[in-house]
Design a protein around this ligand. Structure first.
Ligand SMILES: O=C(CO)COP(=O)(O)O
Length: 253
């Protein structure tokens, strides 16, 4: 049984005061860490404060991207080494917004995934197709290629501990969710790709999230599907009330 993992991706939202208020309210809730893993991927600016505020609670803190080098002359960038030093545990890698607006390639994603493991960070590796690719029936091909490229050269043990987030680009922030069956089909294709590349034990352990307009009204059906082990959530992770509803559903699947 794979433990569900619900991760909020706050993107470029919230001030420090709003972020601290959110975590203060969230940690008052009774969420069973044994039943659901809870992650907040916050802007890098607040990571330090949020790591401190969530110590000893059910909440883990993640970053939204990282640079693959340990250190160096890379103005504006943040390394895995620096994230580890703060006590950050997760990092989103290859989000479609980074691929689209910041030219992140499959090769860069692969380097970042490897570097994340060098610094004991769990990567949440994002893959997904455009609407055009879906309409041309290329979804499974595109997504499988992205997964294999991201995991090239990664050890079986590390693949097992990776989180894959299937986020169809056309479903992000649009209110359009993939149907639970369609999302499950793609997540199954991802698991089969991992089976081919890394074997049965890895494929049955790796957790695969769905992301794209997940909300309290659709989470239950998504999580009821065999190959969907959690959600990567944008909009609905910004309010404590809606985020907690997602966690409550995940606790009971
Ligand atoms: O991009 C996403 C999470 O990484 C999804 O965002 P929304 O939940 O706002 O569609």
């Amino acid at each position: 049984m794979r433990k569900p993992i619900i991760a909020g991706n706050w993107k470029m939202y919230k001030t420090l005061a709003e972020a601290e208020d959110f975590v203060a309210k969230l940690k008052e809730k009774q969420v069973d860490h044994n039943k659901v893993e809870t992650v907040i991927c916050a802007p890098a600016l607040f990571l330090n404060q949020l790591v401190q505020a969530s110590k000893g609670t059910f909440i883990s803190i993640g970053a939204q991207t990282m640079h693959e080098e340990k250190e160096g002359a890379f103005t504006g960038e943040i390394s895995g080494h620096q994230l580890q030093d703060l006590g950050v545990n997760y990092v989103v890698i290859g989000h479609s917004e980074r691929r689209q607006y910041f030219n992140e390639t499959d090769d860069a994603v692969n380097k970042k995934v490897q570097a994340a493991f060098d610094y004991q960070l769990t990567p949440i590796i994002c893959v997904g197709e455009t609407l055009e690719q879906r309409e041309q029936n290329e979804t499974e091909n595109i997504v499988s290629n992205q997964v294999m490229a991201a995991l090239e050269g990664v050890s079986e043990e590390n693949v097992k501990n990776s989180i894959i987030a299937y986020e169809p680009i056309w479903a992000i922030g649009t209110g359009k969710t993939a149907t639970a069956d369609d999302a499950n089909d793609v997540c199954q294709a991802i698991r089969e790709t991992i089976l081919d590349g890394f074997g049965e034990e890895v494929a049955s352990s790796v957790r695969i999230q769905y992301g794209g307009s997940v909300n309290p009204g659709n989470i239950e059906e998504l999580l009821s599907k065999e190959h969907i082990d959690g959600a990567l959530v944008g909009g609905a992770s910004l309010q404590v009330e809606s985020f907690v509803k997602l966690l409550e559903v995940a606790e009971n699947v």
